[in-house]
Design a protein around this ligand. Structure first.
Ligand code: WT7
Length: 646
């Protein structure tokens, strides 16, 4: 195998590096040798109400305890907004670009402060107190950030639910955390199409009697249903509210937000992040990984419904006093040049997106990119799934013209912030590798028995020690937290990812090793899709696996066994696709459904997913050992009728 090419730090970047290779090494070494001292210093990037004297209090064994800065107090909204006012009241905080290229808005720190205070007072008037949960189901408009920060201001815990999720999914997420208040909009707007957010909320709330207040932002002016007493227009309520709202003093370990994410089993879990450590880590990683410099325009294309939007559209950039661009639309509307048109229009310096978007745009050729100058760009980022070297090189050559370092950032909802990544001024790049650990991060690769593997190797990716942005628990289910992340390999956090470490110590994430799939950067549990399928009256059994997909990274392949006597029709296939969309949301749309008279099971009844994954990948020549199957004959049928023949 030819060794992959190495791209050194471009000389122009090296000349201005704040963290060069030597400094990275020294800082990294210090962060591992003396985490307490290192993070004690880093914690000071925030303004604390009562300074911490304790830094790290972590035990990965037994019940698992993770605390950072725990005797300090602060407020996250204060750190993201108020403290910048003396110097930045007139600086743009949120640069909003609408779905329609003719629409944009510059929101200054001063304006944002007022909007947040007014909304916080509306929440208080509706009875929201410190510790209460508020569900946010919003399009990509500045009010989504105000909603998050208004919660943080008064100590309420926000749970943002991605606007692409169905009413069914919304019900589960509202009920799990007992929200009594929902903040939404009449409709969202994406790619010229309307998303019926308020109607979805109305449908969900039929099953959530505890919700007494719905605050509705008027985005499109579309017609919506109205529950008198429960529903209130954002613009009316905030106009009537006071613009003064003191911040709540929070302990560093008070919850900041819950974000639901899929796991290998069961319902999505509420990942809980707390205030101090999370914000220190989001702020520090934003500054170091994106090399953010005062006055620059920074654009992360994620949705605030995902952790990327939390840490790298809202909390990290705003904690750093940055100008963060928030984009309502999609990469291919009105056409495939949109991203680069926006880059030129707003003179974007730092651009952070997902491999699936890069692959989709790559397919459109170079012309849409070349239509824009992109001269303002100096740094590119990638997140959400492994980026294949071909897409990486296109991003590097065509978009960045060989001038802009690419930071391929590996992290997870659970990690709160970036853990494995290049630093633009310090790290020679290898296309497809997330490269090296961030400060304080101790990746280890273990075999299936938990033995540490040294040197160049491949196995399960774990983290040997904590970092301040780490999740603290699964909301309402600490036992599940311990079982999911700390029981497979004792004394370590298990990521669920596989990784290879090369001879230079660079990490190459190989993808999930559990039953989680990553479809266009969206994380889905195969178990969730299976339970949606079997909820259909005609479905007896279902098994879902991922398979390689050119644009989406992974596609969704479902094997479905029908109830005896039901006919395997095209109509039913379409109906099941719609059914899953309705149960979970469009992101879970099955790509391929294969009728399976039987599923390959062991004699103890366990479905052998390894075999299903091979057939779905059209690698049925390499099925491996099938001798332990209860009925080896089912495999021939599945291979013969496989759906992916690519
Ligand atoms: C999973 C986490 C991190 C925010 C967005 C996704 C995969 C993420 C990379 C990357 C390879 C990546 C992993 C991880 N992943 N970034 N740069 N290279 N894989 O957050 O929904 O919690 O998903 O996304 O498999 O475990 P998430």
């Amino acid at each position: 195998m030819s060794s992959p090419s190495v791209i050194p730090v471009p000389p122009a970047v090296a000349a201005h590096a704040r963290i060069d290779e030597a400094r990275y090494k020294a800082m990294y070494e210090r962060s591992i040798r003396d985490p307490e001292g290192f993070w004690a210093e880093q914690g000071r990037r925030l303004n604390w109400i009562r300074p911490y004297t304790q830094v790290k209090d972590v035990d990965y064994t037994g019940d698992v305890r993770i605390r950072w800065f725990h005797d300090g107090t602060l407020n996250a909204c204060w750190n993201c907004v108020d403290r910048h006012l003396p110097a930045r009241a007139g600086q743009t905080a949120i640069l909003w670009e609408g779905d329609d290229p003719a629409e944009d808005r510059h929101v200054t720190y001063g304006e944002m402060h007022e909007a947040i205070c007014r909304l916080a007072n509306v929440l208080k008037a509706r009875g929201v107190k410190k510790g209460d949960r508020v569900t946010i189901y919003m399009p990509m408009i500045p009010e989504a950030a105000y909603a998050m920060l208004a919660c943080a201001r008064i100590g309420a815990v926000h749970s943002v639910v991605f606007g692409g999720f169905s009413p069914e999914s919304l019900i589960g997420r509202i009920q799990d955390c007992d929200s009594a208040v929902v903040i939404t909009a009449d409709e969202g707007l994406r790619g010229g199409r309307k998303v019926p957010l308020k109607a979805n909320v109305d449908a969900a709330l039929e099953h959530c009697p505890a919700v007494h207040s719905v605050i509705v932002v008027r985005r499109t002016g579309g017609k919506v249903g109205w529950a008198e007493g429960r529903d209130v227009w954002y613009h009316e309520a905030t106009a009537a509210a006071s613009r003064d709202c003191p911040v709540e003093e929070m302990s560093a370990e008070d919850p900041l937000f819950i974000l639901y994410t899929s796991g290998s089993t069961g319902k999505p879990k509420g990942v809980l992040h707390t205030t101090g450590g999370y914000l220190v880590f989001a702020s520090m990683t934003h500054e170091a990984v994106f090399d953010y410099r005062d006055g620059e325009i920074y654009w992360c294309t994620a949705d605030v419904g995902w952790v990327t939007g939390h840490s790298y559209i809202v909390y990290g950039p705003l904690a750093n006093g940055a100008t963060t661009l928030m984009f309502e639309g999609v990469p291919n509307y009105p056409d495939a040049s949109r991203f680069w048109q926006v880059v030129d229009k707003h003179k974007v310096n730092i651009f952070y997106t997902a491999p699936t978007a890069i692959r989709a745009l790559m397919r459109e050729g170079e012309a849409p990119v070349k239509k824009a100058s992109r001269q303002s760009l100096r740094l590119l980022g990638s997140v959400g799934e492994p980026i294949n070297p071909e897409a990486w090189l296109w991003y590097w050559n065509v978009v960045g013209e060989g001038r802009c370092p690419i930071v391929d950032t590996w992290w997870q909802t659970e990690t709160g912030g970036i853990l494995i990544t290049p630093l633009p001024g310090a790290t020679a790049l290898k296309p497809g590798s997330a490269t090296l650990p961030f400060f304080g991060v101790r990746p280890v690769i273990v075999d299936n028995e938990g033995n540490h593997l040294e040197g160049a190797t491949e196995g399960n990716l774990c983290l040997a020690d904590s970092w301040p942005g780490q999740m603290r628990t699964v909301y309402g289910d600490h036992k599940r937290f311990v079982e999911t992340y700390f029981s497979t390999f004792k004394g370590m956090y298990f990521t669920g990812d596989g990784a290879r470490r090369d001879e230079d110590g660079y990490y190459w994430i190989t993808g999930r090793v559990d039953d989680v799939i990553n479809v266009a950067g969206h994380r889905l549990g195969t178990a969730e899709i299976e339970s949606a399928l079997v909820a259909h009256p005609k479905v007896a059994e279902a098994a879902v696996v991922g398979y390689p997909h050119d644009i989406k990274g992974q596609g969704i392949y479902a094997y479905v066994t029908l109830v005896a006597g039901e006919a395997t029709t095209e109509e039913l296939r379409r109906e099941l696709v719609q059914w899953v969309r309705k149960e979970i949301g469009p992101i879970a749309t099955p790509d391929l459904i294969q009728w399976a008279p039987g599923l390959p099971k062991t004699r103890s009844g366990k479905i052998m997913r390894r075999i299903l994954r091979k057939i779905a990948a059209n690698e049925h020549g390499q099925l491996g050992d099938t001798s332990t199957l209860a009925d080896p004959g089912v495999v021939d049928d599945l291979v013969g009728n496989r759906m992916n023949r690519a």
